[in-house]
Write a protein that binds this ligand. Structure first.
Ligand SMILES: Cc1ncc(COP(=O)(O)O)c(C=O)c1O
Length: 414
C-alpha cells in the first residue's frame, strides 16, 4: 500500500531528522533523493512502489561489486555462523589471509598491511605511520583533495572544506594538484611525506597531467620522503585497474584503501606499505587503531571482494564499461557545449563538468526523478560524479546516458 509506506517513510525520516541529522533529511529532499528503498541488487535500487533507480552513486564508491553481491554477503554470513569470536585480542585466519592476498595483489613491494574501520582511519594510520617512520611531522598535500572527516584527514584535504574546524594539524602545506615543481619547492627538513590521490575523486574525478605520479615518485625518492597514495576511492577495480596508480606503474611507500574493499557490505579500511616503512610499527603501541578494527566479518567481506574482483574480471569490466559510459558523456559535451564543459576520470569514476553549480544540481535532481542516481562532487559542486558499480549492464549504461541527456537538455543553462 503506497499510502501506508509513505507514512512509514515519513515517520522514519522524521525520527532520523529529530534524533540524527535534520539537515541531511532536507538535503536528500532538495536533491530529489527521497526514495523509500526496498531492495537493491547489482547496479539497481528498487523503491517500495517498484520504481527502479540505476545507482551511479553506489554508496559513494563502496559498491564497486554492486549492491548485495552474493559472494561477499555469503562470506560474511559464513563467518558469523562459524561462531568463532571475531574481535580482538584473537588473530583470525581471515585477517591473515586478507593481508597475504593484498600483499600478493598490490603492486611492487607493498607487503605489510594493517586494517581499520574506514577510509578516514586508514588515512590517519598512513599519516601516523609516515611520521613514525621518518620522525618528521611535515606533510605536503593537495588543493582539491578529499581524504575524510577526521581532524587529521581534514588537515590534508581542500582547506575550504574545513574552515569551521580550524585549527587542525600543524606543518601541513597545501599545494596545487598536478604540479611537481611546487611539491619539490615545498620540501624542507621538516617534511616527511606527500599524500596524494592518483585521481582527485571528490574534486570531480580530476586526472593529473601524464607523468605527474611518476615524477612525484622520483622527487620523493631523491629528497628522502615518503609517497602516500590515497586510493580509498580509486582502488579495488573502480578505475579499470585494481589500483589507479598501476596505470602509471608507480608504487607508493604507503597505499591507503577503504570503501569498496568491504564489498559494499562491511566497513573496512587499510594501509599496505613497503616493509622498510613498517620497521617501527610494532614498537609503537599507539599505532594499533581501535577495538573493532580488522574484525573477522569485515576481513571476510574484503577477502571475498578481492577474490570476486579476480574471478569476475572486474577491472576489465570497469575499464570497458567506463569507456562506453565516457563515450556517451562526451556526446553530451558535443551536443550541449554551453552546459557540459568537460568529461574527466577513468574507468567507472567519471566527472561531468557543468557550467554552474545550480545547473549541476538541477541535472542531479532531474536524473533522480527519472530513475538515475548521480551526485555533485563534494569539493566542487559544479561537477557531477558518475560512479556506477562495475557490474552495471551495458543497457543500463545506455539508460544512464539517455536520462542524463534529457536532464541536460532541460537545464536552463547558467
Ligand atoms: C579519496 C578519499 N579518501 C578517504 C575518504 C574517507 O573515506 P571514508 O568516508 O570511508 O572514511 C574518502 C571519502 O570520500 C575519499 O574519497
Amino acid at each position: 500500500m503506497p499510502g501506508m509506506m509513505d507514512n512509514e517513510y515519513a515517520v522514519r525520516t522524521e525520527l532520523f531528522g529529530r534524533h540524527t541529522n535534520g539537515a541531511y533529511v532536507q538535503f536528500i529532499k532538495r536533491m530529489g533523493f527521497e526514495i523509500n528503498v526496498k531492495s537493491a541488487q547489482g547496479a539497481v535500487v528498487v523503491d517500495v512502489d517498484g520504481k527502479k533507480y540505476i545507482d551511479c552513486i553506489a554508496g559513494y564508491g563502496n559498491c564497486v561489486l554492486g549492491h548485495n553481491n552474493p559472494a561477499v554477503s555469503n562470506a560474511v554470513i559464513e563467518e558469523l555462523r562459524s561462531l568463532r569470536p571475531y574481535n580482538l585480542p584473537f588473530i583470525h585466519d581471515v585477517q591473515a589471509q586478507l593481508a597475504r592476498t593484498l600483499a600478493e595483489m598490490a603492486p611492487g613491494e607493498l607487503e605489510c598491511c594493517f586494517f581499520v574501520n574506514s577510509g578516514a582511519e586508514a588515512v590517519e594510520t598512513a599519516l601516523k605511520l609516515a611520521r613514525l617512520s621518518t620522525g618528521k611531522p611535515g606533510v605536503i598535500c593537495m588543493r582539491g583533495a578529499w581524504h575524510g572527516f577526521t581532524f587529521g584527514c581534514m588537515s590534508v584535504s581542500e582547506p575550504s572544506m574545513w574552515k569551521n574546524f580550524a585549527p587542525l594539524l600543524d606543518h601541513v602545506t597545501h599545494v596545487p594538484y598536478s604540479d611537481v615543481a611546487v611539491v619539490e619547492a615545498a620540501i624542507d627538513e621538516r617534511v616527511g611525506c606527500v599524500i596524494v590521490e592518483p585521481i582527485q575523486a571528490e574534486n570531480g574525478a580530476i586526472v593529473p597531467a601524464p607523468g605527474y605520479l611518476k615524477s612525484l615518485e622520483g622527487v620523493c625518492k631523491r629528497r628522502g620522503i615518503l609517497l602516500l597514495f590515497d586510493e580509498v576511492k580509486t582502488g579495488i577495480a573502480k578505475t579499470g585497474k585494481l589500483f589507479a596508480c598501476q596505470y602509471d606503474n608507480v608504487v607508493p611507500d604507503i597505499l591507503i584503501i577503504g570503501k569498496a574493499l568491504g564489498g559494499g557490505v562491511m566497513p573496512i579500511g587499510g594501509v599496505v606499505a613497503k616493509r622498510g616503512v613498517w620497521s617501527k610499527f610494532g614498537l609503537s603501541f599507539p599505532m594499533s587503531s581501535s577495538s573493532g578494527a580488522g574484525n573477522a566479518p569485515a576481513c571476510a567481506a574484503a577477502l571475498a571482494t578481492l577474490r570476486t574482483v579476480e574471478a569476475e574480471n572486474l577491472c576489465e569490466q570497469a575499464y570497458k564499461k567506463g569507456n562506453l559510459l565516457r563515450a556517451g558523456l562526451r556526446d553530451l559535451m558535443t551536443d550541449f557545449p554551453k552546459i557540459i564543459l568537460n568529461v574527466s576520470g577513468a574507468g567507472l569514476l567519471l566527472g561531468l563538468h557543468v557550467t554552474s553549480m545550480k545547473c549541476a544540481s538541477n541535472i542531479v535532481a532531474r536524473c533522480a526523478g527519472e530513475g538515475v542516481l548521480v551526485m555533485n562532487a563534494f569539493c566542487d559542486r559544479t561537477k557531477i560524479l558518475i560512479e556506477p558499480p562495475a557490474v552495471i549492464a551495458n543497457e543500463e549504461i545506455g539508460e544512464v546516458v539517455r536520462v542524463l541527456t534529457r536532464a541536460v537538455a532541460a537545464c536552463d543553462g547558467p
